[in-house]
Write a protein that binds this ligand. Structure first.
Ligand SMILES: [Zn+2]
Length: 64
């Protein structure tokens, strides 16, 4: 899996560009908005989009 352009902070739903990716998952992330530093509290844009798929509002869709 390619490194995502950014990840989403699940605490405040802000895109985060400062993170480490080990090839399959987020290993480290720092949210500058809320201070979240727990890797488990971030998700990829793709996974976030799937979470929001049932919602009318699609956030940050890139098409492909
Ligand atoms: Zn945050």
């Amino acid at each position: 899996m390619e490194t995502p352009d950014y990840i989403i902070c699940l605490e405040c739903e802000t895109p985060v560009y400062t993170f480490d990716w080990d090839g399959t998952r987020i290993t480290e992330g720092i949210c500058t908005s809320c201070g979240n530093e727990k890797a488990t509290l971030f998700t990829t844009e793709e996974a976030y989009g799937e979470m929001m798929a049932s919602d009318e509002h699609h956030y940050g869709s890139t098409g492909d």
